[in-house]
Design a protein around this ligand. Structure first.
Ligand code: ZN
Length: 475
């Protein structure tokens, strides 16, 4: 006897897309196949006309995070208790946040604090990247193998200080020596290095130059955090990765140059992967001029229409493996607080919108296949970051994390379509197709516009990356 049987939907699996039924027992999928009338289940969900994909994986979120753009205040982004509520509505069943390790602390201490913060405070499953920033001592890098052993195999580094240094800001940048050391450790012990890649010299010089010239308005952000900066940092990082044997995952690729660097590296069979953001794919620097234009900004920056096009091509063909949000949920007031190149609030609000926007813009408007949609919203993040095959795939033995999309949904999005904060950057956007039901490990957590899950449903998921992912470009 099954616990749940989902019937009638188009089901997206790595083997193909078909009208199959999904059998669930406890927390796992036990069968995917043709419907047999004899099969019994405690609950049958009729999903005729709907599409079922693996629950979304949000690989890049900064919840309960100190807002560094306003260094004289102690402001924080919304925590998991607020933001994962929206994720559940948006079909997201797992998210990855960050444990920041700065000089003065170490991986174990910072990790335990973050784990405590998330305990019983998330509606969906979670894990953390370990972010290393500043002049960290050698012993921190010696802790990398332990972190990998404990199920945290991804290490985030920044190649630059994102903003000009300020006594109230913690250091983000890791020098290339320490990045190399991180890569050596990751390569040796089964980890991956996730990289925020911008050229520090170029960006900091641009900050000085633009201030001197009085061009401090935030509408210049794309000229400070420039396309050239992305190109230089991506290629330099790839060279370092090749020299150390490490696999790299570039976060928030924003420019055509970034995509091209990744495609070239993959052509040399290097294990290089990249994500982009739905905001980066859908908006460009012209949008900064709109009254609420900074709602679409995160660092590095929005670029140009040609970059939007390159990002979509990368997502549909190759070069970009995942979509993420760089989730940084705040009120509209905080999001629009800074107006200058060095204080516009970064990060996006949009983890809830990601699945629906990528479906609309990718599948409906640009001919992305349903299988590719599942890959760039879930499967590839699961594979690259070590959640696969427990997460990211509809298959027997995998967690029953499912997102049910209604392709007949067609409307201009309004504030009422969202469940986090007091605004959404996606208000006014025309959507075709939207998540309408979410299952987390077999439990229906969202249905009929209602939250049925509870805080604490989300659990920490230990991760381990398949060695194949770390050896060559495998997805
Ligand atoms: Zn980020």
């Amino acid at each position: 006897m099954l616990d749940v049987l989902i019937q009638g939907a188009e089901v997206v699996t790595p083997q193909g897309v078909g009208h199959w039924s999904i059998g669930i027992k406890g927390e796992q999928i036990v069968s995917v196949g043709i419907s047999e009338p004899a099969i019994q289940a405690h609950r049958v969900i009729d999903a005729k006309g709907k599409i079922v994909v693996p629950g979304g994986i949000e690989p890049h979120a900064h919840l309960a995070s100190l807002i560094g753009m306003q260094p004289n205040e102690r402001l924080f982004t919304l925590g998991p208790e607020d933001d994962t509520y929206g994720m559940a509505f948006g079909g997201v069943t797992t998210h990855l946040d960050f444990v920041f390790v700065h000089p003065g602390t170490d991986i174990a201490t910072a990790l335990s604090r973050r784990l405590e913060r998330w305990k019983d405070r998330s509606y969906v499953d979670y894990s953390f990247h370990i972010a290393l920033g500043g002049a960290l001592p050698a012993r921190v890098f010696d802790q990398i193998p332990d972190a990998i052993q404990q199920g945290f195999p991804s290490f985030k580094v920044f190649t630059n200080e994102v903003l000009p240094p300020h006594p109230g800001r913690r250091p983000f940048k890791l020098d290339f020596g320490r990045i190399g050391r991180t890569m050596e450790q990751a390569a040796r012990h089964g980890g991956i290095v996730t990289v925020h890649a911008e050229d520090d010299d170029i960006v900091q010089f641009n900050y000085e130059r633009f201030k001197e010239q009085g061009l401090v308005d935030g509408t210049n952000l794309h000229l400070v955090h420039s396309k050239l900066s992305e190109k230089l940092a991506f290629t330099r990082t790839i060279q370092l990765a090749a020299a150390t044997g490490a696999a790299v995952y570039f976060v928030h690729t924003s420019a055509r140059e970034g995509v091209e660097s990744v495609v070239e590296a993959r052509g040399h069979n290097l294990p290089i992967y990249a994500e982009t953001l739905h905001h980066y794919a859908c908006f460009n620097a012209e949008d900064y001029r709109k009254p609420r234009g900074f709602c679409y900004h995160t660092y590095p920056s929005l670029k140009y229409p040609e970059d939007n096009q390159a990002l979509w091509e990368g997502l549909i063909r190759d070069g970009l493996s995942t979509t993420a949000t760089d989730e940084y949920p705040t009120s509209l007031e905080i999001k629009l607080k800074g107006r200058n190149i060095d204080d516009v609030t970064g990060g996006n609000l949009g983890a809830e919108a990601r699945m629906g926007i990528v479906y609309t813009e990718g599948v409906v408007k640009r001919g992305m296949s349903l299988q590719r949609f599942a890959e760039v919203t879930s499967t590839n993040a699961a594979r690259i970051l070590g959640l696969y095959p427990r997460k990211g795939v509809i298959a027997p033995g995998s967690d029953a994390d499912l997102c049910v999309i209604d392709p007949s949904f067609k409307k201009k999005l309004t504030r009422e379509d969202f469940h986090v904060s007091d605004y959404s950057p996606w208000e006014g956007w025309e959507a075709t197709g939207w998540p309408v039901m979410t299952l987390l490990r077999g439990k229906v957590i969202v249905a009929n516009g209602k939250m049925l899950g509870q805080l604490g449903d989300g659990k920490l998921i230990p991760r381990k990356i398949d060695p194949l992912i770390l050896r060559r470009p495998a997805c």
